[in-house]
Design a protein around this ligand. Structure first.
Ligand code: ADP
Length: 252
């Protein structure tokens, strides 16, 4: 990487971040620090500012007030994009690209080879990434001909091939069939165990209570930030998702 951040710097650090598309803030005085190796779920009702917060975090928007830092650098100036694997919702345009799984994963190597040709070591890294996400057998399939869950795995493999140490996922299992969802979260968990920081924006509160260690519940401002076990017992989960959702979380 080109950054000179220390290994113990927070991966993400928001300090008193306020942002509005109009005069009314949709993200209001949010402070948040995420350390290397954490698995954090960002939850909240529709329109609570989750996507906006993600854009601020990744430096795609700049705070009106406060500061956003990524790997110790101002987020909007951070330019070591291969450290970050971003997995968007299924609806993203990428799914119609006329390219194979392997080609998608190879893209993860391009920044490492100055966008020149891939060497044998790069191909080995690509193969290992395909293996890790369970897509080796489907490497020559076109992205367009995959199931939703398989496609998301391919995008994760691209991030792994790029040696990302932060995975940011925005409701990654929308439109993914139920059987594949569980396997997808298992994959995230094992990547996290390997040391990758995971930030998961999620509406599926069950998935969150099953997998994440820490929950940040947003509703313009931070309503809760702490261990998942405490979140399921909190007033915040009931305010954000209603009693039924809270009970479903408890029952898991
Ligand atoms: P969430 O991801 O939690 O659904 P968003 O961050 O998408 O929340 O939206 C927060 C608020 O900001 C909502 O009221 C939404 O309508 C508004 N908003 C989101 N994106 C834009 C935009 N590009 N322009 C204007 N308003 C927006």
């Amino acid at each position: 990487g080109t950054t000179d951040s220390a290994p113990d710097d927070p991966v993400i650090e928001l300090a008193d971040v306020t942002f509005g598309y109009t005069a009314t803030p949709v993200v209001d005085d949010v402070s948040l620090s995420i350390d290397p190796g954490e698995y954090v779920a960002v939850v909240g009702p529709n329109g609570s500012g989750k996507s906006t917060l993600l854009q601020l975090t990744l430096g795609l928007r700049r705070p009106d007030e406060g500061t956003a830092r990524l790997f110790g650098e101002p987020a909007h100036r951070f330019d070591d994009g291969d450290r970050i694997g971003f997995v968007a919702q299924q609806a993203s345009a990428a799914k119609d690209m006329p390219i194979t799984v392997r080609e998608v994963v190879e893209m993860g190597r391009y920044p490492h080879v100055g966008f020149g040709r891939l060497w044998r070591d790069d191909r080995e890294i690509v193969d290992a990434a395909l293996e890790t996400v369970g897509m080796a057998a489907l490497a020559d399939r076109r992205i367009a001909n995959l199931s939703g869950g398989q496609r998301q795995r391919a995008f994760i493999a691209r991030a792994l091939a790029g040696e990302a140490d932060l995975l940011v996922l925005d409701e990654p299992t929308v439109g993914v069939d139920a059987e594949s969802v569980a396997a997808f979260y298992d994959l995230l968990e094992s990547l996290n165990e390997d040391g990758i920081t995971v930030v998961l924006v999620e509406h599926d509160i069950g998935a969150v209570t099953d997998h994440a260690e820490r929950v940040v519940c947003l509703d313009r401002s931070v309503q809760f930030d702490g261990p998942t076990a405490e979140f399921v017992e909190s007033d915040a989960i009931r305010r954000a998702f209603g009693t039924a959702a809270a009970l479903a979380g408890d029952a898991r």
